[in-house]
Ligand binder design. Structure first.
Ligand code: 3PG
Ligand code: MG
Length: 404
């Protein structure tokens, strides 16, 4: 069944003359007062255009950062986003900071509301706030897959109370790409999970192990597994209290007949800096004051060979400290192998997107999700509450004869 059957979509309803409230995820990184990556904004442009071209007015709402509720915080304002959006669309955007003065909005086709997290009750999914949002529109559209794991007023509550609640085109596209990963994926299927902490990705590792044929680990996660398997990892980043868990996961892999290959060589430094000397060492020859900062060339080559033969690839998390040139090769080789592989490939997460940009492989991946946390929760097999709410509304809507 296509996702379109699970949700009410923009194609199911008549938009002309309606006021459409769209939850987007414009939570973009801002560095030195500028938006450093606008992909989340660009990803929503087709949705906005589709709605305005159908003759409807759009009210956009999004969160930005994690400000204290009930208070304005200039650092988390969406005003920069409003300016940028206007440039991208080539159209005037009305930016409304005072949620109590919505009635003042003129006839602009596109309105952007100030950060939804300044509203008291947003992150608690407050009923009153949700009803207030719902009252702003004829149709609510959730196009914020990246925030679909949050039970907030703007992601869940509003969808409960809005006259119609539908899934936006971006959200549908994200769900379709991710559904393909888990529904009869072409095999072999490999997941690459890197990053610093085992603890945040523990459930992810366990649930991925059940689905994939091979799990490739990187960063602090790989170090923890190396240490658990008896290797000396010197001063490398590692979570000592999870060594037993790592051993347990390797045991599960064995029982299931799945592979978790560990690095056979690594790139070490004595500190993490642009000037640190990089040394390739076989695992087994690591000094007590060494830091493992990348996978070694032999390991990278072996992983790349496996990736080139894979039919499905999931990538979350870099393999080393790729921001520093001399420790970036492992991640670069893996990134290029994913790009060159004929596999259906999906990647996501903040650091992963930065690595994809650094190695210029974006056009060669099948799908890059805009989501970070929501992507991980989806991969863990969790139900995303905002998605569940849209499905619930769709069922009720289909049962009552599509009045719209
Ligand atoms: C993200 O960046 O992952 C989403 O925008 C969700 O943000 P949050 O983790 O602050 O809820
Ligand atoms: Mg996040």
């Amino acid at each position: 069944m296509s996702r379109g059957n699970l949700f009410v979509t923009l194609d199911d309803i008549s938009l002309s003359g309606k006021r459409v409230l769209v939850r987007v995820d414009f939570n973009v990184p801002i560095k030195n007062g500028r938006i450093s990556d606008d992909s989340r904004i660009r990803a929503c442009l087709p949705t906005i255009n589709k709605i305005t071209q159908a003759g409807a007015r759009v009210v956009l709402m999004s969160h930005m950062g994690r400000p204290k509720e009930g208070k304005f915080d200039p650092a988390a304002s969406l005003n920069l986003v409003a300016d940028h959006l206007a440039i991208l669309l080539g159209e005037k955007i009305r930016f409304i900071s005072d949620w109590n003065n919505l009635g003042e909005a003129g006839n602009e086709r596109i309105i952007l509301l100030e950060n939804v997290r300044f509203q008291t009750g947003e992150t608690k999914n407050d009923d009153q706030l949700a009803r207030k949002m719902a009252a702003m529109c004829d149709i609510f559209v959730n196009d914020a897959f990246a925030a679909a794991h949050r039970v907030h007023a703007s992601t869940c509550g509003v969808a409960k109370y809005a006259p119609v609640a539908c899934a936006g085109p971006l959200l549908v596209k994200e769900m379709e790409a991710l559904t393909t990963l888990f529904k009869n994926p072409a095999r072999p299927m490999i997941a690459i999970v890197g990053g610093s902490k085992v603890s945040t990705k523990l459930n992810l590792l366990k649930s991925l192990l059940e689905r994939v044929d091979q799990l490739i680990l990187g960063g602090g996660i790989a170090n923890t597994f190396l240490k658990a398997s008896g290797a000396n990892i010197g001063e490398s980043l590692c979570e000592d209290d999870l060594l037993e868990t790592a051993t347990e996961i390797m045991g599960i892999a064995k029982t299931l007949g799945k592979q978790i290959p560990l690095p056979t060589d690594v790139v070490c430094g004595k500190n993490i800096s642009d000037y640190a000397e990089a040394r390739v060492k076989p695992v087994g020859k690591i000094d007590s004051d060494d830091l493992i900062l990348d996978i070694g060339p032999e390991t990278a080559k072996n992983y790349a060979t496996a990736l080139l033969k894979a039919k499905t690839i999931i990538w979350n998390g870099p393999l080393g400290v790729f921001e520093i040139e001399q420790f970036s090769r492992g991640t670069g080789i893996i990134a290029n192998a994913i790009a060159d592989s004929p596999a259906f490939s999906v990647a996501g997460g903040g650091d992963t997107l930065a690595a994809i940009a650094k190695f210029g492989i974006a056009p060669k991946l099948t799908y890059i999700t805009t989501a970070g946390g929501a992507f991980l929760e989806y991969l863990e097999g969790k139900t995303l509450p905002a998605i569940a709410m849209l499905e619930e509304r769709a069922q009720a809507w289909r049962a009552t004869e599509r009045e719209y």
